[in-house]
Design a protein around this ligand. Structure first.
Ligand code: NAI
Length: 341
């Protein structure tokens, strides 16, 4: 065990639905790659309600504040009921303003014939997710879309600085400023100011509806994308669909001090407890976490093992066209990790 590993404590939120199944899969893979983590297991979501009378206990937030890093399973958000989303609550409480979602066809399971290697930077703290809603009159409801200069500038900085560090060539800002001239207009003007500081990176703007079509027809033109919260959420799922589905796209929520890693997919109540959830997205999110923690050699090995595993097209879960269980897929990936030792 290295000195770096001795102190390594990470918060683990297993979450709801398939969350415990896929996070336990990710833990097994990390352990197989030789990284020793002292997991601090914390509640959030439906499972926390009885014990804490809230879906997002303060203890859980405190654990992440202390450990600085968390791996999180998906959490069910009841539609139209009084609970605010745990995900939105966490992102706001911890100022995790940058939601980073890499979408790649390199894993060999893409449904698109064109190469895709893009990274989504989704603003994570405001927009229509501010949760400011009210009934204005009978039959009339209102949601407020909040866009601020501070949040738009920091997500743009996040996208451009990442692009510069990772030798990326283009950043697209995605918007609907033709209709929402004030809110999306402010977002665009902030991104433009940041873009001007990065003359080596080509800056482009695209309206969100056209962006959706372009992604389906010509996804290869996109490199790094910066979006507000709602467009980022929707476009992420569209992109996931292009490369093999929600089961394979990882994600990170990053702030200046803390980071929470989680897949793009939700708690998949339709398959929860059946042992057939695809663990890849959570394993890939955990791999982003390992890189964040400085374990790039181990992360490279896990990535190589996944590519090797997928090239054989055995032991795939049903969403990928196979009939393997989550455990069978994880064991097959671990076999490849051992092979690459
Ligand atoms: P979902 O992502 O849970 O499921 C959509 C479809 O994809 C379902 O058919 C599901 O079976 C399938 N799917 C998702 N992940 C899969 C996996 N790993 N392996 C195999 N199939 C998978 O989206 P849905 O149904 O809209 O949401 C369910 C719940 O999850 C809701 O309460 C929602 O609020 C919550 N949610 C939570 C998120 C989070 O905690 N980060 C993100 C998205 C949704």
């Amino acid at each position: 065990m290295t000195a770096k590993q001795k102190e390594l404590k990470v918060t683990l939120i297993p979450g709801d639905g398939i969350g415990p199944e896929v996070t336990s899969a990710a833990r097994k893979v990390i352990a197989a790659a030789g990284v020793v983590i002292d997991w601090e297991i914390m509640d959030a979501g439906a499972g926390a309600l009885d014990k804490y009378e809230t879906t997002l206990p303060e203890e859980t937030i405190e654990s992440i504040r202390k450990n600085k890093v968390a791996l999180k399973g998906p959490i069910t958000t009841p539609i139209g009921k009084g609970f605010t989303s745990v995900n939105v609550g966490l992102r706001k409480a911890l100022e995790l303003y940058s939601n980073i979602r890499p979408v790649r066809s390199a894993l060999g399971i893409s449904v698109h014939h064109k190469p895709i290697d893009l990274v989504i930077f989704r603003e994570n703290t405001e927009d229509l997710y501010a949760g400011l809603e009210q009934d204005v009159a009978p039959g009339v409801a209102q949601s407020l879309k909040i866009i601020t200069e501070a949040a738009s500038t920091r997500i743009a900085e996040s996208a451009f600085s990442w692009a510069a560090k990772n030798n990326r060539h283009t950043v697209h800002a995605v918007h609907k400023a033709n209709i929402m001239k004030k809110s999306d207009g402010l977002f665009l003007s902030c991104v433009r100011k940041v873009a001007a500081k990065y003359p080596g990176i080509t800056y482009k703007e695209i309206i969100v509806d056209n962006c959706a079509m372009q992604l389906v027809m010509h996804p290869e033109q996109f490199d790094v994308m910066v979006l507000g919260n709602l467009y980022g959420d929707i476009i992420s799922d569209l992109c996931a669909g292009l490369v093999g589905g929600l089961g394979v796209v990882p994600g990170a929520n990053i702030g200046d001090e803390m980071a929470v890693f989680e897949s793009v997919h939700g708690s998949a109540p339709d398959i929860a407890g059946k042992g057939i959830a695809n663990p890849l997205a959570t394993i890939l999110s955990a791999n982003m976490m390992l890189r964040h923690l400085g374990f790039s050699k181990e992360a490279d090995r896990i990535q190589a093992a996944i590519v090797l595993f997928l090239s054989e097209r055995h032991h795939l879960t049903p969403d990928m066209g196979g009939n393997a269980t989550t455990d069978e897929m994880v064991n097959a990936i671990i076999d490849k990790i051992k092979l690459l030792r």
